[in-house]
Write a new protein. Structure first.
Length: 94
């Protein structure tokens, strides 16, 4: 069975993947640079909402303001992407 790539469903995930690709990094290298676990990163792509500390970390790593990262999270919340839990990713139909 081959491993499938996770297609980001969140604006946050799309922006993170775009930046990763622009920097020419593998997912593993990007995850290490962000300083998070693989399940956490994949959760952000699938619909888990990052906590406040992670939002600041993402902004610092990307060299942007935290306001910009908050705008991605707010856009996702407005679309109803996130579950009530901050730690569990949304289920995506395969």
């Amino acid at each position: 069975m081959s491993r499938r790539e996770v297609e980001p469903i969140t604006e946050l995930g799309k922006q993170l993947e775009k930046e990763r690709i622009n920097r020419g990094l593998t997912k593993e290298a990007w995850i290490t640079l962000l300083g998070v676990s693989k399940p956490t990163y994949l959760g952000w792509l699938r619909g888990a909402q990052p906590d406040l500390e992670s939002i600041f970390l993402i902004a610092e790593t990307l060299g942007i303001t935290d306001v910009e990262v908050f705008s991605w999270v707010a856009a996702d919340r407005a679309k109803g992407v996130y579950l009530n839990s901050l730690s569990r990713p949304a289920l995506v139909a395969a």
